[in-house]
Design a protein around this ligand. Structure first.
Ligand SMILES: Cc1cc2nc3c(=O)[nH]c(=O)nc-3n(C[C@H](O)[C@H](O)[C@H](O)COP(=O)(O)O)c2cc1C
Length: 192
């Protein structure tokens, strides 16, 4: 059995207006910071906005229109950013910076799941706008905006998005991503 916090997690669009406290966000960020990273370089940073403050508005303004429609009710918005070069050697690119950042966001997401909070990551945002409005240095790159909050009611969404909210969780079969002997070669060892 996989962990319930993994099994039951999904990316909602309907967020309730219930507040998420700074202490809860601090816990999520602490979990993110516990992720492994190459040479323990920790090439991640998070810009934090609580609904009603300027930082939340800054992140919201960067979002693609399709994300703005539902992210509007999220009480917390984050912008996850990665440092492209090593901390100890600013002339060399860290080839796994984005991978490491992704792991930290995964840790944050599962911590949220354990705490009864919900997370929806968004690659759909204006990167140039984010860089400018957050004053992100040249060696850093914004990668995902993240909505955090409690689950709302699907009825608050436009009908097309409400339908997605209830959709089944679609995942690839093992034969598509578990290989033996050579890439692309699968057998029925792990068939479910
Ligand atoms: C890097 C990344 C970018 C994503 N960008 C968006 C986005 O811009 N808008 C959106 O609605 N969902 C976005 N998602 C959410 C995915 O669509 C979602 O995780 C995927 O369909 C699997 O569904 P689940 O998270 O509910 O299991 C993104 C997820 C990731 C990890």
């Amino acid at each position: 059995m996989i962990l319930p916090i993994i099994e039951n997690r999904w990316s909602p669009r309907a967020f309730s207006s219930r507040e998420v406290s700074p202490q809860q966000v601090k816990t999520l960020l602490k979990a993110a910071s516990m992720a492994p990273s190459a040479f323990n370089d920790q090439p991640w940073a998070f810009f934090v906005g609580f609904k009603g403050d300027g930082s939340w508005n800054t992140i919201f303004d960067t979002l693609a229109d399709g994300n703005k429609v539902w992210a509007e009710t999220a009480p917390v918005l984050l912008m996850a950013m990665g440092r492209k070069h090593w901390l100890r050697d600013k002339t060399t690119t860290n080839p796994t910076w984005k991978y490491d950042l992704g792991q930290s966001v995964a840790f944050l997401t599962l911590q949220a799941s354990e705490m009864g909070l919900w997370v929806h990551q968004m690659g759909g945002f204006d990167h140039g706008k984010a860089i400018q409005s957050i004053s992100i240095p040249i060696s850093w790159e914004p990668v995902v905006a993240i909505a955090v909050g409690y689950l709302g009611d699907a009825g608050q969404l436009p009908p097309d998005l409400a339908a997605l909210e209830k959709g089944p969780k679609k995942r690839k079969e093992f034969s598509n991503f578990v290989f033996f002997e050579k890439f692309g070669v699968s057998d029925n060892r792990f068939e479910e």
